[in-house]
Structure formats: structure tokens, C-alpha cells
Design a protein around this ligand. Structure first.
Ligand code: HAM
Length: 457
């Protein structure tokens, strides 16, 4: 039964009413959605880029995926008993009646794309990385948002503890590169389909003997592991002696986990084994981990991940293994603020042009274009500001150096190059202006194979 397009078109009068109903000045960003505007946006970007730069060093290729997918992908991939799927998804029908959902997480979408494009037919492991927004209808509070940003990775197709250790060490290195120290890495093994069913039964048997309330009992039936994550003190106390997955691992899972720990030791990555760790997504198997920051209050998880060895098959692909993580950029920025290691400069340029008059602009703009080809960020004064206003704009820009062209300089073919840090200035020939300014900025340009070809000394 097809949908009639007419049915789904919003009537013109309704659109008018919606537009009229809200006075222009009263529009606000949706509830629970953080916005990063200058100057904070520079720090947000620096956090995200620093995380991505570390990942880049481990041979990951970037993947850019849709922000919405068929609803069934998440129901099947993330797990129908999870809070994410039952309570937190932004699900809507499009104009043709398809059920679509704003992605609540990245792993299911990556798997869907890998299967659809046969990316798993080449060299394995397939290493993919992504960054962007995810959407969960959670109760907003500090550090818990309805649009959250992650930088994530997925390494697909090889079940090797060395890969687990590399993925975990990579996340740890990314966080340390930002200067963060006040977090801990917790990890455990959730076993696999050979040993988890027996453990699940043992756990259920234990739980069903407890005087649990109706709802908790139901949870014990659907997903008993989640009861171990219950924060209520009385439930905690009752489950203190509950059987733990770590004591029920198959020999293979046990030796896999021990290898991961051994390699982390050799890489000098510090960790705590937390056998009661419960993740909010159902696809995890074997190695599972979380980075927890102590300075963030209740929303302390700054990143998490693990293996998901059955996921690809569940989604219609080959039975390949996978491991990955998602680092929460919003919370990592909060952690950087808390530890006083916020990266990124608020200055929006290094060189600022002060052309006094329209004719001067025509000389100034090619000079700034030349500087940009040398990797320098530039800006200039626009409109018709006087000398005082123009210099105020130069100071506010955060630039290190200003190029000034007034009537005299225009006539003489010169430029005044001013060091904005100490006020010293020098008039030089127009052709020497950019070189002189670069000299003040203190940047030596050289070419190298490295991605950063600009070395500031
Ligand atoms: P997750 O633990 O649900 O894992 O999310 C990863 C990180 O995203 C969390 O540790 C947290 O920092 C951040 N995050 C999650 N929800 C919110 C929120 N409401 N507000 C702010 N930050 C939030 C995943 O999403 C998995 N896909 C990770 C993964 C990849 N596992 C294997 N591969």
C-alpha cells in the first residue's frame, strides 16, 4: 500500500502558522544540543583533529557515512533490548513512508557500508575511521547531549589480540596526545557465542533467586548482564556475588584476553580489569573497554569500544570479526577544560591586512593571497574603517603581524610591516613585504614528506 505524496505534504497554511507562531528572536537550538561557536569552536575542532591525527598514523582510511539509515539496521545491529534502540532513537517516516533513524552510533552503519560496497573483499584488517554527530534522545545534562560527536574507528576481519591491543593503545595515545592524564582505562572480556550462553544461564539462575522487583526481573530475562549495571545500592548489594563472565570464559577467549593484556603491558598502557563492566550496546564480544574520566561527574565515559565478532553476519555479511571504539569529542573537550589542557588557538589568523582606502585594498589582497600560498592564515579589514578602527580589528584578530598600506605607501610602492606583539614596524618594498612578515611570524618554510610542512620555531 503506497503512501500518497499528497498526504505527507505539509499544507501551506500550516507552514505559515509554524513560521508565524515563533517570533524570530525566540528561536533556539534544539534542547540538549551543544553548539560550538567561536572561540570555543576552535578548541572543539582542535580536539577532534588531534584525535583524528593520531588515528591517521595507524593506517586508517576515512569513511563518510549517511547520518540516517533504515531503522531496522539499528534495531538489528545495536540490539532490540538496549536503551539506545527502545528509548533513545530519533525515528521518523520520510515522505514515502520509509522508517528512518538518525544514527545513534557508528558501528552498524560502517558494517552496512562495508557489506554494501564489498570493502571486506580486499586486504584485511580493513581499517576505517569516521567523525561526526550521532543522535540519542537522552535526558540532557552536563556532558550528556542529544547530538553528540564522536571520532571512531572500526578494524574489520582479523581476530587477533594484537589488533585489540593496537586499537586500545591508539585511543590511549590519542587522549594522551591531548595532554589528558586524569582518566583510566577499564577493560574486560564478554566472551563469545561458545561461552556466553552458559554464563548467561548461570547468571539468570543466580538472579532469579533474588527478591527482584518486577521490572528488574524482566530485565534479567531479556538481558541479565544489564542487571549488573544497576546503580541502585540495594541491587548492587544483592548482586555482589553474582557470577562473572571473566570466570566463565572458554579457553580460547581466556587466552585471547590474556594476550591483549600482555601486549598492553609491553606498550606500557595502564589499565584496570573491571569484570562488571556493562556496555550499552548489545553487539560486543570478547575484549570490551571504556575510558573513564574522573573529573566529569556522572557522565564520565569519554570513549568506549570493543570486539563485535558476530555483527557483520547478523547484518547479512560474511562472518568476519571486528573491533573498534568511539571517542566522545564533547566530553573529551570538557575533560581538557577540567585538566587545563585545551588545545587550539582562538586567533583566527596570523597575518592581518590594514589597507587604508579602496586603492590600497587592490594592492593588499594579492599580498595576502601570496601569504596564504605559504600556509599563513590571513584576514583583513573590510568596509571603510578609519585607521584607529582598522588597528583595533587587527589587534582583536589575534594576528602576529599586520601589513599596512596607506596613501604614502601606495605612492611609494611600499608596505609597512608591523609586529603586533611589540609594536615595532618597518617600511619595506612591496615585493619584500610577505617575506618580512613571515620572518616576524617566525615560521621557517621547508618541504618534507611529513603532513605538516610548516615548522614554527
Ligand atoms: P558508546 O559507548 O555508546 O559507543 O559511545 C562512545 C562515546 O560517545 C562515549 O564513551 C561517550 O564519550 C560518547 N557519548 C555517548 N553518548 C553520549 C551523549 N549522550 N552525550 C555526549 N557524549 C556521548 C559507541 O557508540 C560505539 N559505536 C563505539 C564502538 C565503535 N564500539 C565498537 N566500535
Amino acid at each position: 500500500m503506497g503512501h500518497n505524496r499528497q498526504d505527507t505534504i505539509i499544507p501551506e497554511e500550516k507552514v505559515k502558522r509554524m513560521a508565524k507562531g515563533s517570533a524570530a528572536a525566540s528561536f533556539r537550538a534544539p534542547k540538549g544540543v551543544p553548539e560550538y561557536v567561536p572561540p570555543l569552536s576552535a578548541h572543539f575542532q582542535a580536539v577532534r583533529d588531534t584525535l583524528a591525527a593520531t588515528i591517521h598514523k595507524y593506517g586508517y582510511s576515512h569513511i563518510e557515512l549517511p547520518m540516517f539509515e533504515e531503522t531496522g539496521l539499528f534495531a538489528r545491529g545495536v540490539g532490540e533490548s538496549t536503551d539506545v534502540v527502545t528509548k533513545e532513537m530519533y525515528t521518523f517516516e520520510d515522505r514515502s513512508g520509509r522508517s528512518l533513524t538518525l544514527r545513534p552510533e557508528g558501528t552498524a552503519g560502517v558494517m552496512r557500508s562495508v557489506i554494501e560496497h564489498n570493502l571486506d573483499r580486499g586486504q584485511l584488517p580493513l581499517k576505517l575511521t569516521y567523525a561526526g554527530p550521532f543522535f540519542r534522545y537522552e535526558r540532557p545534562q552536563a556532558g550528556r547531549y542529544r547530538q553528540l560527536q564522536q571520532v571512531g574507528v572500526e578494524a574489520i576481519g582479523v581476530d587477533d589480540p594484537a589488533l585489540d591491543a593496537e586499537v586500545i593503545a591508539m585511543a590511549d595515545t590519542a587522549l594522551r596526545t591531548l595532554g589528558l592524564r586524569g582518566y583510566r582505562l577499564e577493560l574486560t572480556s564478554l566472551g563469545d557465542r561458545t561461552c556466553r550462553p552458559a554464563y548467561r544461564e548461570a547468571l539468570q539462575e543466580f538472579l532469579f533467586n533474588l527478591p527482584l522487583d518486577e521490572e528488574t526481573r524482566r530485565r534479567a530475562e531479556i538481558n541479565p548482564l544489564r542487571v549488573l549495571d544497576d546503580k541502585r545500592p540495594e541491587v548492587r548489594e544483592m548482586t555482589e556475588d553474582a557470577p562473572l563472565m571473566l570466570n566463565h570464559l572458554s579457553d580460547e577467549c581466556k587466552s585471547h584476553f590474556e594476550s591483549v593484556l600482555r601486549i598492553l603491558d609491553t606498550l606500557r598502557v595502564e589499565y584496570t580489569v573491571n569484570p562488571r563492566m556493562v556496555r550499552g550496546l548489545d553487539y560486543y564480544t570478547k575484549t570490551t573497554f571504556e575510558f573513564v574520566h574522573d573529573g566529569l561527574g556522572a557522565q564520565s565515559g569519554i570513549g568506549g569500544g570493543g570486539r563485535y565478532d558476530g555483527l557483520m553476519e547478523i547484518l547479512g555479511g560474511q562472518p568476519l570479526s571486528g573491533i573498534g571504539f568511539g571517542l566522545g569529542v564533547d566530553r573529551i573537550l570538557l575533560a581538557c577544560q577540567q585538566e587545563g589542557c585545551v588545545p587550539g588557538s582562538e586567533a583566527h589568523c596570523e597575518m592581518f591586512g590594514v589597507p587604508l582606502g579602496d586603492a590600497a585594498k587592490e594592492v593588499m589582497m594579492p599580498l595576502l593571497a601570496e601569504a596564504r600560498t605559504q600556509g599563513i592564515r590571513t584576514d583583513m579589514v573590510f568596509g571603510s574603517r578609519g585607521m584607529k578602527g582598522a588597528f583595533k580589528a587587527a589587534d582583536k584578530s589575534g594576528a602576529v603581524v599586520a601589513l599596512v598600506i596607506g596613501e604614502n605607501e601606495l605612492a611609494a610602492g611600499t608596505v609597512v610591516v608591523k609586529d603586533l606583539r611589540n609594536g615595532q614596524q618597518q617600511e619595506v618594498a612591496k615585493t619584500d613585504a610577505v617575506a618580512r612578515a613571515l620572518n616576524i611570524i617566525g615560521c621557517l618554510l621547508y618541504t618534507s614528506d611529513a603532513a605538516d610542512d610548516l615548522l614554527c620555531v
